[in-house]
Design a protein around this ligand. Structure first.
Ligand code: NDP
Length: 320
């Protein structure tokens, strides 16, 4: 029996490649001297694509007349025009749940690093200042008495909320609607939540609907003790407004794992000493990335073996 053709346009973890190679005819076009030509040569036959960060829009999709499924590595899929996929009858899957706890751990780690200046304190030791100049300064910031407002109380947001409660923080949330069965105070506007809280945790997806939701007004509402943490998507924050707010102490500090144009981090941000930066490592452990890779492979396998995806996104629900 002829094997189904699957496209892998960018290098992915072994667990994805090995999981697919035995069952499918894999086209790892990133290995070709001319990847674009390599895609064109097989495009008509491709029925499934394993995607890592690549932009999947109408232009890209029109190359693949036989396409049935796009399996995305990552729970966020703002790189994929899922509505367009739906119109073309193409299933889109992502990798929810398997990364939730890891990202929540990272978010809390970044929060503590930011509030207690832990990366600067470590640098103090490494630079020889502890012996040369004495103790690192007492931090103005503390978690004690903080109120955490979560933008996006979804899977990861809820896992962050549990950890925050254990740390003694009060938790509030904002999303497009109040959630049944959730007792944390709900704010129907982000600005209202920023006013009521001194710590803002962003865990909302990227895309047009959330673009620059956090702007100069929201930062002003957060106030001079305010701490902003972003583990959602960089596009949610107006980075120029954030750089200004950090520079003039409109807010106290920020910690960012995600940026608008990764891997570029604007110089205006980098020069702020009250900013902690991470290179998008929210889910980046071998354990969790392998679990995500397994789900990418399993979604493709189940689709072609049983006609059902495991984790379809909301825009392309599984037909009954
Ligand atoms: P979920 O879909 O479970 O949660 C997303 C939450 O965002 C929901 O509570 C939703 O609430 C809210 N939301 C969606 N759109 C809007 C909007 N326009 N305005 C306000 N709130 C909104 O996703 P996960 O928790 O699994 O993942 C969340 C995001 O985290 C991902 O989309 C991804 O961008 C990011 N992420 C980052 C990682 C990293 O490495 N830093 C790793 C993994 C994920 P409601 O529907 O009520 O509005």
């Amino acid at each position: 029996m002829t094997k189904i053709d699957i496209l892998v346009p960018r290098a992915m973890r072994d667990v994805v490649i090995d999981g697919l190679a035995t069952k499918f005819n894999l086209h790892k076009t990133y290995e070709a001297a001319d990847p674009k030509a390599a895609i064109e040569a097989v495009a008509e036959r491709i029925k499934g694509i394993a995607v890592l960060g690549a932009k999947v829009d109408a232009d890209f999709l029109q190359q693949f007349p036989s396409l049935e499924i796009v399996s995305n590595f990552g729970v966020g899929y703002d790189n994929i025009n899922a509505v367009e996929c739906g119109k073309r009858g193409v299933m889109v899957t992502n990798t929810p749940d398997v990364l939730t706890e890891e990202v929540a751990d990272t978010a809390i780690g970044l929060l503590i690093m930011t509030v207690r200046e832990l990366s600067a304190a470590e640098k103090w030791v490494r630079d020889g200042n502890w012996t040369g100049k004495g103790s690192y300064r007492l931090t103005k910031g503390t978690l004690r008495g903080r109120t955490l407002g979560i933008l996006g109380l979804g899977r990861i947001g809820k896992a962050i909320a549990l950890r925050a409660e254990a740390l003694g923080l009060a938790v509030h949330y904002h999303g497009r609607s109040r959630q049944a069965g959730v007792e944390y105070p709900y704010h129907d506007t982000l600005e209202g939540m920023a006013e009521a809280c001194d710590t803002l945790m962003l865990v909302a997806p990227g895309g047009e609907d959330t673009h620059h939701l956090v702007n100069a007004e929201i930062l002003k509402a957060l106030g001079p003790d305010g701490v902003l943490i972003n583990v959602g998507r960089g596009t949610v924050v107006d980075e120029a407004a954030l750089a200004q707010a950090l520079a003039d102490n409109t807010i106290h500090a920020a910690g960012l794992d995600v940026f608008e144009n990764e891997p570029q981090v604007p110089e205006a941000l980098l020069k702020q000493s009250n900013l902690v930066v991470l290179p998008h490592v929210g889910s980046a452990s071998v354990h969790t990335r392998d679990a995500m890779g397994q789900l990418v492979a399993d979604n493709l396998s189940q689709w072609f073996e049983k006609g059902r995806a495991i984790t379809p996104v909301a825009e392309t629900p599984q037909k009954a």
